[in-house]
Design a protein around this ligand. Structure first.
Ligand code: SAH
Length: 351
């Protein structure tokens, strides 16, 4: 049993089965989420026989750190191996006062976006809620004493809305006072735009920030870049996003990866401006991070500036995403693939 699995036999039930008082659950959770310990044995205010019993019945970590890399800008990336030897990645981002965990939701991805490294081999499986919580804790433990994670973005590998049943318990654990205490306002779920799942999120009761990956302002181009769009269509993606905004009153984010010669021309910017006009939204422009073996290129500076200028002229609220940790391939499924090809240094096994 994974101690971090939020739904798996509740710790409270296990304690009562063992004739132990419920306050121990709180104590144990405080160690798991509020400290940097790595083993049950370090839970010093828990009686030693209970620590032994926990270590016997529960796993603390289910992942193994395969590589840990750090870029000059403070971005850190972990390549984790799961119990079935599948690999996922997660990233710690440092920006001013923010300490953001970027987590994966699936091994691989089924959406097939043509420029993205994560989906090249399709989806292998959904991550469990515990595996998602574990990524947060692994990343939190990279921070120095006195620092804690402040934000979570579900922008790693996978399509989070295709794994909502496990994502929601993981995020709810992150939000709890005796969890990581990260409020839903500081959590962003990035999606390719699956209307049914967005509608489900719109029912609440907890509202996370939603980022919708648009990448094109018309169906012709979006169908090419985001194959699932063929059966969905931009119109229903936007309708679901608007309904989510009405229900949650959370400002929407739209993501748009700039691909040289594909969706980065003046006419694309103009069409995008018309599409987004009148919405309470932030447009996140992401210059393409090249993926080895794929034919797409990053636009040059001039093209990007021109694209930004057209949208700004039309009053669109823009954020141009700076490249974070690109030296360590902290972007978009690149490390896992790299790790499969090269022999990488294996960090010592943590219990
Ligand atoms: N499945 C989710 C999460 C994907 S990762 C989604 O589609 O939103 C988060 C963002 O990074 C998405 O907008 C994705 O399209 C984008 N992305 C993927 N590969 C990229 C690359 N090589 N360069 C820049 N952005 C990329």
């Amino acid at each position: 049993m994974h101690i971090l699995e939020p739904e798996n036999p509740l710790l409270e039930r296990w304690l009562s089965d063992h004739g132990l008082p419920p306050f121990r659950a709180k104590q144990i959770r405080r160690w798991l989420f509020g400290s940097k310990i790595e083993t049950f044995r370090e839970m010093t205010n828990v009686p030693s026989d209970l620590r032994e019993a926990l270590a016997h019945d529960f796993q603390f970590w289910t992942t193994r750190i395969v590589t840990h890399s750090r870029a000059e800008d403070g971005t850190e990336k972990l390549l984790l191996e799961l119990t079935d030897r599948q690999r996922i990645e997660c990233v710690l981002l440092r920006e001013a006062n923010r300490r953001t965990a970027c987590i994966s939701s699936q091994v691989g991805c089924a959406m097939g976006c043509v420029f993205c490294a994560s989906g090249l081999d399709g989806v292998v499986r959904n991550l469990t809620a515990g595996e998602m919580v574990e990524q947060m804790l692994r990343l939190g433990r990279l921070l120095p004493e006195g620092e804690r994670l402040s934000h979570i973005v579900v922008m790693g590998m996978g399509e989070p809305l295709a794994n909502l049943d496990r994502l929601l318990p993981a995020l709810s654990q992150a939000g709890k006072k005796d969890g990581l205490g990260i409020s839903p306002r500081r959590v962003t779920i990035s999606t390719v735009g699956l209307p049914d799942a967005i509608n489900r999120l719109a029912m609440g009761p907890t509202y996370y920030n939603l980022a919708v990956s648009l990448h094109a302002a018309d169906d012709a181009i979006r169908n090419q870049l985001v194959p699932v769009n063929k059966t969905i269509g931009l119109r229903s993606v936007l309708k679901a996003a608007d309904d989510y905004f009405s229900a949650s009153r959370r400002r929407l984010t739209f993501e748009y990866v700039l691909l040289d010669g594909v969706n980065d021309r003046k006419e694309h910017a103009a069409r995008l401006a018309s599409l987004l006009a009148g919405r309470t939204a932030l447009l996140n422009l992401i210059p393409y991070n090249r993926v080895a073996g794929l034919p797409y290129q990053t636009p040059n500076r001039e093209t990007i500036d021109q694209f930004v200028a057209i949208l700004e002229d039309r009053g669109i609220n823009i954020q141009l995403r700076r490249r974070k940790g690109s030296r360590i391939d902290a972007a978009c499924g690149q490390l896992r693939r790299g790790g499969q090809e090269e022999s990488t240094e294996i960090a010592p096994l943590k219990p």
